[in-house]
Design a protein around this ligand. Structure first.
Ligand SMILES: [Zn+2]
Length: 355
């Protein structure tokens, strides 16, 4: 058991056998023996390994969740194998904790992901996607109001969202995968909130539109349309902007962005797709945006970044109902008991680090 966990933690740290060996004053052959479970490290070595790999020693003893042995990528972008290994480790580690925690509830607290019922079997026109997005919003009781906490909405419906620090990967444009059939979306924590949201909503589009799109429809365009329609539904856009406009003020775009968490460029696409403005006018605005560099950083306030809350809420729910004790809660949060007690009594900082 320790061997497999050690291997995972080493991959996650991006270390070769030799690099790890050097950090703990052992031979690479010794590390290999631990990983192959030919030998078992004693507790002093285990502690050194844990420090070198920045995990707690408990990590090595956590049972592997059955059948949770890999990620299937739908989209992995341009990430290096090393970065992908590290992300995969983080994702699997967090999913293991979630599964363990959810398994302690007498009734599963979260739904499994399923495409919403009543979606059209075949989508052969992009305009139909307006209806698909509405259907999903209705099924999830979102009405036409802005979605404040998109991550929580997705997690409540069985889609896991993870944030990674992608400062080192400027080309990182998100990742989508499944673990045991559970959809996983990974976005960068350093992106502005509207970009995170658009990526999440786009990936939700892939999940909802899978096997429904006619061959002549471009799936990426379809998912962009879904993302826009999901974040800023037709009714809301028409109500806010009116049916026909010859011009839209920059400030109006900024206000809609602040309200619905869709970028100003995204709002311009919505206005065009809904026939509120002409294609030519939208194209002209896009030119202005490029000239001003607004296609990279939009003017005005950035939309705030979201934080996932579901896991932490379930921890305290489980604690309140005595499904788990304080030490289990701390372990699942990856915190020391003292820090966890502070968090529980609202005295401490927050659980920014789960490791
Ligand atoms: Zn896509």
């Amino acid at each position: 058991m320790i061997g497999k966990r050690l291997y995972r933690a080493r991959k996650a740290a991006g270390l070769s056998l030799r690099e790890l060996a050097a950090k703990v004053d052992l031979s690479h052959a010794a590390i290999k023996k631990y990983e192959d479970e030919v030998a078992i490290p004693n507790s002093a070595i285990l502690l050194k390994l844990a420090q070198a790999l920045q995990v707690r020693t408990e990590y090595f003893f956590r049972p592997e969740t059955a059948a949770l042995d890999g990620i299937e990528y739908r989209k992995r972008g341009t990430l290096s194998k090393k970065r992908l290994d590290a992300i995969e480790h983080e994702v699997i580690d967090q999913i293991e904790r979630s599964i363990e925690l959810e398994g302690l509830f007498p009734v599963p607290p979260l739904a499994n992901f399923a495409p919403v019922e009543g979606l059209p079997k075949k989508v052969d026109d992009l305009a139909q996607i307006e209806g698909v997005a509405e259907r999903v919003r209705n099924a999830w009781a979102l009405g036409y109001a802005p979605i404040r906490e998109l991550i929580d909405v997705l997690e409540t419906h069985g889609i896991r969202v993870f944030m990674i620090d992608a400062n080192a990967d400027p080309k990182f444009d998100g990742l989508a995968a499944s673990v045991n059939g559970m959809p996983v979306i990974v976005v960068a924590s350093n992106w502005p909130g509207d970009r995170q949201r658009f990526t999440m909503a786009h990936e939700l589009g892939h999940l909802m539109l899978a096997n429904r799109l006619a061959a002549e429809i471009d799936e990426e365009l379809a998912c962009n349309r879904f993302a826009g329609a999901f974040l800023l539904p037709r009714q809301a856009a028409l109500q806010e902007l009116g049916r026909h406009r010859s011009f839209i003020e920059l400030k109006e775009l900024a206000l809609l962005k602040a309200e619905f968490g869709l970028s100003m460029s995204g709002v311009l696409y919505r206005a065009r797709d809904l026939g509120i403005v002409t294609h030519a006018w939208r194209d002209e605005q896009a030119r202005v945006f490029r000239q001003q560099g607004w296609h990279i950083t939009e003017p005005g306030a950035a939309y705030p970044v979201e934080q996932p809350h579901v896991f932490e809420q379930l921890i305290f729910h489980a604690l309140a109902e005595d499904y788990i004790g304080e030490s289990k809660a701390a372990e699942l949060m990856g915190m020391h008991i003292g820090a966890f007690r502070k968090l529980r009594s609202l005295e401490g900082g927050h659980a920014a680090s789960y490791q």
